[in-house]
Write a new protein. Structure first.
Length: 207
């Protein structure tokens, strides 16, 4: 059995062979949809070298959104988003190499916002819960927890979603049948199956 320094050197060697920088970081984040009760949230492991446009795709997949609308990140007073659709003057492209999570000076306990659909205004709080070293042979990003189904697209933001749930809870509501038809037949607000969410594995390599 390897102990002490020998074990540490063996771990570094294993990480290096996988293309993992031994000083690399792994972020555990909690993404919470604001303005909605009961709380809808996802917990993710994401590599520090993930660009914000890739983090956007990861959040979309984990929540169950369909990426039908514009989005932006609000981090430390700077807005990051699609360079073809800048949402504000104080804007940076999320596709730049300096827009990787590891370069944004984020610490455990820090929070930032991810906004999806500038009409419905779905605002997500992203909390940095933990920063650790990656595990050799693991792939990221990965969904490791969550609760409740994501609201349907284009339902009118938090107020519209609240109205939709009220209608679904009352089959005698005049709008019940029409709402079910719009939803495609059914909707379970409590439904959350982590196995239903798939990410394209991104090996934790660093440039």
């Amino acid at each position: 059995m390897l102990e002490g320094r020998d074990q540490h050197e063996a771990e570094i060697s294993a990480m290096t062979k996988l293309g993992i920088n031994p000083g690399a970081k792994l972020f555990k984040i909690k993404v919470t949809l604001l303005g909605v009760k009961p709380e809808i949230w996802r917990r993710l492991l994401v590599p520090g070298n993930i660009r914000l446009d890739m983090l956007h795709e990861t959040i979309q997949c984990s929540m169950g959104w369909k990426d039908c609308h514009l989005h932006a990140f609000h981090i430390k007073g700077i807005v990051y988003g699609d360079p073809d659709n800048p949402p504000a003057e104080n804007f940076k492209t999320e596709r730049g190499t300096r827009s990787k999570l590891k370069f944004l000076d984020l610490q455990v306990g820090d929070k930032f916002l991810y906004v999806y659909d500038f009409g419905d205004d779905w605002v997500h709080e992203v909390l940095i819960e933990e920063i650790s070293e990656p595990v050799p042979k693991e792939t990221y990003p990965r969904l490791i927890g969550g609760e409740r189904n994501c609201p349907p697209e284009d339902c009118g933001g938090p107020p519209g979603y609240e109205s939709l749930l009220r209608i679904l809870a009352d089959p005698s509501d005049p709008q019940y049948g029409e709402t079910l038809e719009w939803l495609g037949g059914s909707f379970d607000p409590e439904g959350f199956d982590p196995n239903a969410y798939r990410f394209i594995p991104m090996m934790l390599t660093y440039s």
